[in-house]
Design a protein around this ligand. Structure first.
Ligand code: COI
Length: 356
């Protein structure tokens, strides 16, 4: 039975809030958090909203040893009318449960998860920043908490949601970022955990990012794990290339994260009659299109990154500058429309937003 009557314990004193204009990504946390426990004999139980605080775990908790965990990322926006709305939270809950299945974590009732997100955001509504380009990032996650050192699915878990008022993910803001193609390490292979939103995918990617960070590259672009020829994703975003008027994004193949913003970009492009194709695309094809002057734009999409133009792709000492390091028309139109829907500045023809 889904339990939606969460107990709510509010803080006695609210924390000072950061200045909207100075927000970076993921550095501040609100006054409250949501916690719910799972035991194999009880199912999910004791959903509660409590003051934001450290969690105490047994050092043998399985999360620390075998990494059984999943997370999500979605946002709440302050609209010009003074409302707070969520962008496609249903998609995130469905993806959370798909990640759960992959990682042998018990799924969470859809309505229960939706209610937990809505109630927590509502309790901390005054933390949703108002400046354009800012939002309240919602981070639901699940960790395996059974104290046990055998390699097996945990019998106990915690589902936690924390909230963070954020600005742009990249220091470049909405200006084009530089991305390096990774040719040594791989992020994921078909049949692995690449399409699940699980911590190990991110931990394994850090080494590649560290290699290029000092040279000014915001992130790395991952190639497929078999041949290192085909484009996969950037880790914090999916990628799109506009070649000769057609927008192409790698097809979901089991090792690419199925982004909610990716899906929304495809829907928007289709609604504008801009040709958009999901298919395998190789680095060679992109190089060739660039040489022929046909690579018109490249951009990434993600909840944290929104729409992030890619101004340079680097590989093996080659620096491929795209659209003169400027934001392309399609990237700009997508960014503008997506954010106008998110902030409630234009009508939402797709019913993507949900009022809290
Ligand atoms: C997101 O876009 O929400 C992500 O999860 C990417 C990243 C911050 C890990």
């Amino acid at each position: 039975m889904a339990q939606k009557d969460f107990t709510i314990t509010k803080v006695m004193t609210k924390k000072p809030k950061p200045d909207d204009q100075e927000l970076e990504f993921g550095k501040h946390f609100t006054d409250h958090m949501f916690v719910m426990d799972y035991h194999i004999d009880k199912g999910w139980y004791d959903g509660r909203i409590i003051p934001y605080q450290p969690i105490t775990l047994d050092p043998a908790s399985m999360i620390f040893h075998y990494g059984q965990t999943v997370f999500e990322g979605l946002k709440a926006y302050s609209t010009s009318k003074g409302d707070v709305q969520l962008f496609r939270p249903d998609e995130n809950i469905h993806r959370l449960n798909r990640s759960n299945e992959r990682m042998c974590i018990p799924t969470i009732d859809f309505d229960l998860a939706m209610e937990a997100i809505k109630q927590l955001v509502s309790v901390d509504k005054d933390w949703v920043p108002k400046a354009k380009g800012t939002s309240l990032y919602i981070r639901p996650y699940i960790i395996a908490t059974e104290p046990y050192l055998g390699v097996a699915p945990s019998k106990q878990y915690k589902f936690i949601i924390i909230l963070s008022p954020v600005g742009a993910y990249y220091k470049e803001g909405i200006n084009p970022v530089k991305i390096a193609v990774e040719n040594e390490y791989i992020r994921a292979v078909e049949g692995g955990t690449g399409e699940a939103k699980t911590a190990g995918n991110y931990a394994g990617s850090l080494i590649a990012q560290e290699k290029v960070a000092d040279d000014g590259y915001a992130q790395v672009l991952w190639l497929d794990g078999h041949e290192k020829r085909y484009i996969e994703e950037v880790g914090s975003m999916n990628v799109f290339f506009k070649i000769n008027g057609e927008v192409i994004t790698p097809a979901l193949n089991g090792s690419i994260l199925p982004g909610v913003t990716r899906k929304s970009v495809i829907d928007l492009l289709k609604s504008w009659d801009i040709p958009v194709t999901e298919r395998r695309i190789s680095l060679d094809e992109i190089k060739e299109a660039h040489q022929k002057g046909q690579l018109e734009e490249a951009f990434g999409s993600g909840t944290a990154a929104v729409i992030s133009p890619i101004g340079e792709l680097a590989f093996n000492q080659v620096h491929m500058v795209i659209n003169d390091m400027k934001t392309g028309d399609v990237s700009k139109r997508l960014y503008d429309t997506m954010t106008q829907i998110q902030y409630g500045d234009i009508e939402d023809p797709f019913d993507w937003t949900i009022r809290v």
